[in-house]
Design a protein around this ligand. Structure first.
Ligand code: CUA
Length: 362
């Protein structure tokens, strides 16, 4: 019985350790790839070792005393009792206080440091947390994108973040991040986390929060909403794509171009008509107009101007392929639980046309 318990406990421990070994685990705060993540890491390491030392000392003493003074058959005398020993009481009150104070000084300094608005050549990005995808607006560049945050390397990016959607009892929930409140999805708490570039920051309805991120090297850094926000919380992912400054400028220039609408023919043109008839209640594309000749305004759904340039969609749940797009458009809630985009009952032909249209949005 005892051997079996030990065997089971051993297997559970092994499984727990093995679960931590993922060769492709990219979301690791232990591998900082920028100065802000580095600063958190530089605080974490000494605090971890202080905690580890205390753990070993306390547990070691506990084990030592439990074994050394355990009950034995012919042991009848009671060891000396130290309850009420004033010197001991004072010592083990003061010592932890000093240790905690020692940890608090660099912790508070780091918190202030990371919370400060960066100065100098800073890229401003507004982050809107929708149910369940991320919108990234570049106010100075006039770019709106979704699920992929493109940044230049070596430059701080200051994120101004709001949770958007409808508030309690479907009331319009005001947000300082957008002029027109999103009317699709609920405004709920989210948390923005890209572990290799910064710590987490909650995104909270009717409040504005801020976070600075920066990447040293070009690359793709995986992000994830880290606060439970409803059915598809686990599929509220995003990518931070860091470019060299030159490549970033090229990306900005590309995104600032309107989608090449005039050159479209065949299925793509037909798909544009389907889009204008079905999708403009929520989605916008720069350069297209509604029936009354007004520019489209995104109302809770992603701005799709350069959709085909994005590697992923639906909160980065799916890579952008024709097959995935078709499956998605056919019945979004069947693909992503709780999706606010309904099944529009599109015909096979309309699905093909819409996919062709979206493919053309380079
Ligand atoms: Cu958004 Cu979890």
């Amino acid at each position: 019985m005892r051997r079996r318990t030990i065997l089971v406990l051993g297997l559970v421990a092994l499984a727990a350790v093995a679960a931590a070994c993922a060769p492709n685990a990219t979301q690791s705060a232990l591998e900082p790839k920028g100065p802000y993540a580095q600063e958190s890491y530089d605080l974490f390491v000494p605090v971890f070792w202080v905690a580890a030392a205390i753990f070993v000392i306390v547990q070691g003493l506990l084990l030592f005393f439990a074994i050394r003074y355990r009950h034995r058959k012919n042991r009848t005398d009671v060891p000396p009792q130290v309850h009420g020993n004033t010197k001991l009481e004072i010592a083990w009150t003061i010592l932890p206080t000093l240790i905690l104070a020692g940890v608090a000084v660099p912790t508070v300094a780091t918190i202030w440091d990371l919370a400060a608005e960066p100065e100098g050549d800073v890229l401003q990005v507004t982050v809107l947390a929708h149910q369940w995808w991320w919108e990234f607006d570049y106010p100075d560049q006039g770019i709106i994108t979704a699920n992929e945050l493109h940044i230049p390397t070596g430059r701080p990016v200051y994120l101004t973040m709001c949770a958007v959607g409808l508030g309690y009892e479907q009331q319009i929930a005001p947000s300082t991040c957008q002029e027109q409140p999103a009317a699709v999805g609920n405004s709920v708490i989210h948390s923005f986390w890209v572990p290799e570039l910064a710590g987490t920051q909650d995104v909270i309805p009717s409040r504005t929060t801020f976070l600075t991120i920066q990447a040293d090297e070009p690359g793709t850094y995986e992000g994830q909403c880290k606060e439970f926000c409803g059915l598809s919380h686990a599929y509220m992912k995003f990518k931070v794509i860091a470019h060299t400054p030159e490549d970033f400028d090229a990306w900005v220039a590309g995104q600032q171009q309107p989608a090449a609408l005039a050159e479209r023919g065949g299925d793509a043109a037909a798909g544009q008509a389907v889009f204008l008839g079905t999708c403009t209640g929520c989605h916008a594309i720069a350069g297209l107009e509604d029936a009354s000749g007004n520019p489209l305004i995104a109302n809770g759904g992603p701005n799709l101007t350069h959709f085909a340039s994005r590697e992923c969609f639906a909160g980065c749940m799916l890579p952008t392929t024709d097959e995935n797009l078709r499956r998605w458009l056919e019945n979004p809630p069947a693909v992503k639980a709780g999706s606010w985009m309904p099944d529009y009952g599109l015909s096979e032909q309309e699905l093909d046309q819409l996919v062709a249209f979206l493919d053309s949005l380079e």
